[in-house]
Structure formats: C-alpha cells, structure tokens
Write a protein of this length. Structure first.
Length: 451
C-alpha cells in the first residue's frame, strides 16, 4: 500500500499543490495559514500565527468574500481521491456533528438541538480503509438552521437530504475509481427508504451499510428484527471494545443472524436488502448488552461475510475520532470570527488539520515501521527525543517517534497501555513544536555569531 510523504514542514504542499483561490497571494497565504494551524492545533489564530502581520493576514483571508470554503478544500478532496484509488475497498463514513458557538455574536448562526443554543452543523464524508487508515475528507455539508416560525415550523432545505445527496456524490465519483469498491457507511439517522430507493434506482454504484433505526413491517406481516433473529445464529464475533467516557474496556462476544428481505417502500415498490443482527451474550453484570442491527444492499451468505460487514460498521467510529480532534484539539468552537462564512473557511482548513492528526495516529498503529522522516522533519524528531531526555536512533520508525510525542502528552507507555490515542499525540505535538522553535532560534543565533 502506497503512502504519500507528508512531512510536517511540507505536507501542505501535497494537499494544496492544486490550490486555486484566484491569485498566487491567496494561495500562498492559505498554505502558510495551514502550516501554522497544523503546528499548533489547540492554539487560537493569533497564537498560532507568527506575529501581528500573519495574524492580520489570517483574518483577512477568513474575511475574504472572494474565497469559497469549497475551493479551500478542493485540493485535499483531489488528494483524497488519489489515495482512494490505491485501495481495493474504501469506507465512506457519513455523520453530523453540532458546533456550539453559544454566547458568540457571529452572524448567520442558528439554533441547535435546543432552540436557545446558537451554532451550526457539519456533515462530512470521511474516507477510511477497512483497516481504519484515514484517507481524507471527501465531501462536506455546512449549514445553520433557520429559527422556527410562529407555527413551530422551520424553513430551509430538508436536512435529511444531506444523506441522499452524500450518496449521490459518491455515485458520481465511483466511475472515476473503477478498481475501488466504495461503501457508504452511516448510523441510524441514515435509515431512510428514500436513500435505499435512490441507490437501487442508480443500480447501486456504491454499496451502502446503515444501522437500522426502524423495526419495519415486512410483506408477510412479520417485524423485521424478529424475523431476522428466527432460528439459530449463523456464527459469532469477538472483539475488544476500548474504554470510552463512562464505559470500561471489555471483550464483547456477539451472536450473528442474517436474512435477505424485501422492504415495502410504498406504491407497490420494494427495496431488496440484507438485515444483519449482532447481539451480545454473556455481557458483564451491570453492563448493557451491545446489539447492532444493520441494513445493507450486499449479500452475506456466510458468517465470514457477516463479520466483514460488522467490522466495516465498527470502523464508523473513525468519524467520531475526527470530530473529537476537530473540537478538542483544533478547538473550532472557540473560533471568534464574527460571521458564519468566515467560520466555514476556517473549518475547511481545520478539517485537513484534524485528518492529519488522526492519520498519524492510525498509521502509527497499522504501519509502525514506516520511516519517521516521511512525516516529521529532523528537528521535530530531535525535539521529541530531547524533551524525553533520550537519544534518537539512527533510523527512527514512525511508531517510535509517535510514542515519544504521546508520552509528552501524558501517555504512560506501560506494558498494558496499548498504543497512544489522538489526544496524547496532539498534546505532545504542542510541546514538540515549541521545542523546534527554540532549536531553530538557537541555531540561527549561533550561525549569526559565527559570521
């Protein structure tokens, strides 16, 4: 599997080599701004920029009505598609997250889950491999809701359209990637018959796999979930579920059922689908058993085929990691840019930054022996080991360097701790970038004194 070089000091050239924002000055400004935000993802814009001049330029860039956020993301979209073309199967994850800007005076924001909250919504398509390597952002919706009127109705486009439009865009992309199978993966909000009917009408150029939300009635009068679970399970799956907020890590064992069904879709129409159910057994006392009910267009005749689809659904967690990085590492909800159009331009840049952090974490796990100099320049590697009071090896590997960085961010690296996550990596990167600045300033001073 090929990997593009993405060294910290030059990685923006790969993602933005085709950047076209109208003129060379805008292109250069976007590259510099991306580099600064990548170096200090948790910093405010003024802190990330190198002095007052760069800060003013950054705010002018965000304020420039001639720059569309889609144009900022376009080169990254192109690079993502090129990475996808190197894969046999790509999972295209879709989900929505709220961005809460409550208390800020930015214009153009709208209500969130609670009518009194102010903010906006972000709905990207995130491409990952079945092994969960992030390939990049592929598509994106950004919008703010309109307020409800006196009758309690809300204007604007129907929000559920984003799921169908997301599939349409993947269907348009599929012919450009003839050797890559695309799989649309989404959670319960995408359990919509219009989405499935749309895919069927297009002859399903992209496979779909969604978590079922509705226990629909079948043509024979039975309920979907009950009919799927009749008879003995065809197999089982076992996996380690990592710890999450309020949930302890544990081993999960599930029985598997599968059934091909025809879903009534109104006016004599039907959608052919396969229903999969994975139900946990022997769950620990006090723990809620984990049960997944999935719908897909794919046939699953064997236990191995069902397990593969379950693994693909489990990979959906990668988009939650992306949102976590975007909100907690990049701190996009702390942006104070005065208008939703400016926030959209900033989000376009931060989406690429968030992808890069998640990409580093995943490659450190799946491809630990990659040459670290593909991703970090020598000063960054030197700084990571220097802060740990260690000597770098002659040819450092990616996982070795990432573990040093993560230890700076609080990773303990004990025998049972596994591999570092995105949080400790991004916290460690901050210390590394400060050390790199110091190393370079001292080197410059030393060179000046020798002249």
């Amino acid at each position: 599997m090929a990997h593009s070089a993405s060294r910290s000091t030059a990685w923006t050239e790969t993602e933005f080599k085709q950047l076209d924002l109208g003129d060379a000055r805008r292109n250069k400004r976007a590259r510099i701004l991306m580099e600064r935000l990548a170096a200090e993802p948790t910093a405010s814009v003024p802190k990330a920029c190198n002095g007052w001049g760069e800060t003013v330029a950054a705010y002018r860039f965000f304020d420039n009505e001639g720059v569309d956020w889609r144009a900022i993301l376009a080169p990254h979209w192109q690079q993502t598609q090129e990475r996808m073309g190197q894969q046999q199967t790509v999972l295209c994850l879709q989900d929505t997250t709220e961005l809460d800007f409550n208390g800020q005076q930015a214009s153009g924001l709208g209500p969130l889950s609670y009518e009194a909250q102010r903010g906006m919504y972000l709905h990207p398509t995130y491409a990952v491999t079945p092994q969960r390597e992030p390939l990049g952002i592929l598509d994106c919706w950004m919008w703010a809701r309109e307020k409800k009127d006196a009758s309690g109705l809300r204007g604007g486009p129907k929000e559920s359209l984003r799921w169908i439009e997301g599939y349409d865009r993947l269907a348009e992309l599929a012919p450009q990637l003839p050797n890559t199978r695309l799989v649309y993966v989404a959670d319960r909000e995408a359990d919509m018959l219009p989405l499935m009917m749309r895919a069927q009408a297009l002859h399903t150029p992209v496979d779909w796999l969604v978590r079922a939300a509705h226990n629909r009635c079948l043509p024979d009068g039975d309920k979907l979930w009950q009919q799927t679970c009749t008879g003995e399970p065809i197999g089982q799956i076992e996996f380690a579920m990592p710890a999450r907020h309020g949930v302890k890590a544990r081993t999960v064992r599930q029985h598997l059922w599968v059934r091909h069904i025809e879903l009534p879709a109104g006016k004599g129409n039907q959608v052919s689908a396969t229903c999969l159910i994975a139900r946990e057994y022997d769950a620990p006392s006090g723990a809620k058993p984990i049960e997944w009910r999935l719908l897909t267009n794919r046939n699953a005749e064997t236990a191995a085929a069902v397990v593969e689809l379950i693994d693909w659904y489990r990979a959906r967690w990668e988009i939650e990691i992306l949102f976590n990085v975007l909100k907690n590492a990049c701190r996009v909800e702390a942006l104070q840019l005065g208008a939703i159009e400016r926030i959209e331009r900033a989000l376009a840049l931060y989406l690429v930054v968030a992808w890069r952090i998640a990409h580093l974490m995943r490659l450190g796990r799946t491809c630990p022996d990659l040459d670290a100099t593909l991703f970090f320049d020598p000063d960054e590697i030197e700084a990571a080991y220097l802060l740990r009071e260690k000597t770098p090896p002659p040819a450092p590997r990616l996982n070795e360097v990432l573990r040093q960085i993560a230890c700076l961010g609080g990773f303990l690296a004990r025998k049972g701790d596994g591999e570092p996550g995105v949080k400790t990596i991004w916290l460690g990167l901050q210390d590394v970038y400060v050390a790199v600045k110091t190393i370079r300033l001292l080197r410059r001073r030393e060179q000046a004194s020798c002249v």
